[in-house]
Write a protein that binds this ligand. Structure first.
Ligand code: SF4
Length: 101
């Protein structure tokens, strides 16, 4: 089963947010998906908007572009701080990340 099928993608829009309180600042997410994640001058990772503007509010969410879904999921899996959360837009249920079932 592909990642897209697991996520129910095609129909299901996903969004991602970071819990900066747990971010170690190692930058793995920004290496995997630089279009979505970036380190700010405080040394912590933040998500970027669809037009790649850095969203500097803690816990800000951004849509996961389908072509980047695998990179975002890999980021969540590899994140040492376990602080990248990927959830469905429709019901806010986490599908990848520390709170996913
Ligand atoms: S991979 Fe996780 S801990 Fe590392 S910079 Fe990104 S959000 Fe922070």
């Amino acid at each position: 089963m592909s990642v897209q099928q697991q996520a129910g993608a095609g129909a299901e829009a996903l969004e991602v947010w970071i819990d900066q309180d747990l971010c170690t600042g190692d930058g793995i997410c920004a290496q995997y998906a630089p279009e979505v994640f970036e380190l700010d001058i405080d040394g912590l990772a933040y998500v970027k908007s669809a037009d790649e503007e850095l969203l500097q509010d803690r816990g800000a969410t951004t849509p996961v572009p389908l072509p980047l879904l695998t990179d975002v999921i890999d980021s969540a899996k590899e994140c040492p701080g376990e602080c990248i959360h990927v959830r469905r837009v429709s019901d806010k249920v986490e599908v990848y990340g520390p709170d996913a079932e």
